[in-house]
Design a protein around this ligand. Structure first.
Ligand code: NAP
Length: 260
């Protein structure tokens, strides 16, 4: 694994992120990987974390990021991760996902536990650990990737929608608790983005996952990374509190226009 420099303030060249460190969780695929690439291109020194470290190593080779193992569901892993990050200007709480689709009456507790541990407690752990460093930087920015599922419910989705609602409640609370501190808070709430999300949700069933994105043009990870990069490169007095982005053909979590 790539080792962070002793002073951990690796300079990545020019751009709005020059001299700033951005930490991206869940950067081994999808939105997290795209965000890491994009923030590196903006000049940030990027620290990427996830469980699949082979993928992180490739991303680090490509972008100059620092790759560190991270399991957001394990407090010891979070502690070890954070210990190696002495300075942090931007944190992107992105690690997360869904498991299964089931009515409440058929809820699978292990799936719920996975979703709550990853999306909610994972975000809590990283936030508790790195928020003091964001504030100490004098110009911090915390971005949390929630979902349209953080403001809506849909049939068979309660495990995920409840976790995303809780993650969003945590994030939105910070805005008031840290009013007056030098830190911004941005919630990014995407609709349908074609990533490994649905493969994970359906336990590796690639046909079922592909059907989610059939008949319309979904968002890409790069589309979301573009918006995150925009938010974190505004002047430091500008706080984009909440950004929802969906494909043109998506009106709500359950209403999608699909070509026949
Ligand atoms: P993805 O391609 O499946 O990526 C999920 C990322 O989360 C992976 O890098 C995964 O890495 C990481 N992750 C999962 N469990 C983790 C753990 N315990 N510790 C550390 N990292 C973990 O899906 P994605 O669409 O990019 O999802 C990123 C975020 O966007 C999630 O919070 C998701 O809920 C949200 N979102 C997605 C969509 C969508 O339609 N795709 C829409 C709205 C919101 P490892 O498995 O290597 O650990």
């Amino acid at each position: 694994m790539d080792q962070p420099r002793a002073d951990a303030t690796r300079r990545n060249g020019d751009g709005p992120g020059a001299g700033r460190t951005a930490v991206v969780t869940g950067a081994s695929s999808g939105i997290g990987a795209a965000t890491a690439r994009r923030l590196a291109a903006e000049g940030f020194h990027v620290v990427v974390g996830a469980r699949r470290t082979d993928r992180l190593t490739e991303l680090a080779a490509e972008t100059g990021a620092t790759a560190l193992p991270l399991d957001v569901t394990e407090p010891d892993s979070v502690d070890a991760f954070v210990e190696r990050i002495p300075e942090c200007h931007v944190l992107v709480n992105n690690a997360g996902g869904a498991k299964g689709l089931a009515k409440v009456v058929d809820a699978v507790e292990d799936d719920w536990r996975w979703m709550w541990e990853t999306n909610v407690l994972g975000t809590l752990r990283l936030t508790k650990s790195l928020l003091p460093k964001l504030i100490a930087s004098g110009d911090g920015h915390l971005v949390t990737v929630t979902s349209v599922a953080a403001s809506n419910v849909y049939d068979n989705g309660s495990g995920y929608t409840s976790a995303k609602h809780a993650q969003a409640a945590l994030h939105r609370t910070l805005r008031g608790e840290h009013l007056g501190d030098p830190v911004r808070f941005t919630e990014i709430a995407p609709g349908l983005v074609e990533t490994e999300f649905s493969e994970v949700r359906f336990g590796g069933d690639t046909d079922r996952a592909a059907a989610v994105y059939h008949g319309y043009t979904p968002l890409t990870s790069d589309d979301v990374a573009d918006v995150i990069a925009f938010a974190v490169t505004r002047p430091s007095h500008v706080d984009l509190d909440f950004i929802e982005l969906k494909p043109r053909d998506q009106a709500s979590p359950t209403r999608v226009h699909r070509a026949e």
